[in-house]
Design a protein around this ligand. Structure first.
Ligand code: ZN
Length: 185
């Protein structure tokens, strides 16, 4: 399954994760689903989330509030949620799902994880072999992965889809030799 991340959705993820660093951010993904892919058009951080370095909590009715607001815009629906994993002390964050991370994820959802770490140097945005994308923006290094359930059924663990974000290649990065890895877009 491919997950396309549009420009404003990526910016929303980057800004939400950086704003509350080194705590977790949490929010909702908007967009639509085609047969073989998700199109993520927007990402909106929940303002009422309880943020801690390694967990984020939100009373469950918030998502329903967002959904009820959006039902007036037929083009978009809530596709799922996102949260960040920030660097903690000197332990670098990853996009690995935590034990509770898939608990509220429905079978047809997509869930995006943003690992945000201190930046040691600029890194151009690349697509990684596991389907995630990574690069630097501002003062941070990011790795972003999108999970879904195979067949849309909540049975086994969600798996990483192939995240595509042509806009990411336009973000500031060092000029130099091109990566031989898969293009981001
Ligand atoms: Zn998590």
């Amino acid at each position: 399954m491919d997950i396309f991340l549009e420009e404003s959705a990526l910016l929303g993820l980057l800004v939400a994760s950086a704003e509350v660093y080194k705590k977790e951010c949490y929010g909702v993904l908007l967009g639509y689903r085609l047969n073989d892919r998700f199109i993520v058009s927007g990402s909106i951080a929940y303002q009422s989330a309880d943020r801690k370095p390694s967990e984020v909590y939100l009373r469950p009715h918030r998502r329903r509030v967002v959904e009820s607001v959006l039902k007036n815009i037929p083009k978009y629906r809530v596709l799922g949620e996102f949260h960040s994993h920030p660097m903690f002390a000197d332990r670098r964050a990853t996009i690995r799902l935590g034990p509770m991370d898939a608990e509220d994820m429905a079978g047809e959802d997509v869930q995006i994880l943003v690992a945000i770490n201190d930046k040691s140097r600029n890194q151009k945005w690349i697509a990684k072999a596991d389907g995630s994308i990574s690069g630097t923006f501002g003062n941070h290094h990011f790795n972003i992965g999108a999970y879904y359930y195979r067949g849309g059924v909540k049975k086994r663990k969600p798996i990483l889809g192939r995240l595509c974000c042509p806009f990411a290649t336009t973000l500031q990065g060092p000029t130099g030799k091109n990566s031989t890895r898969r293009k981001v877009g």
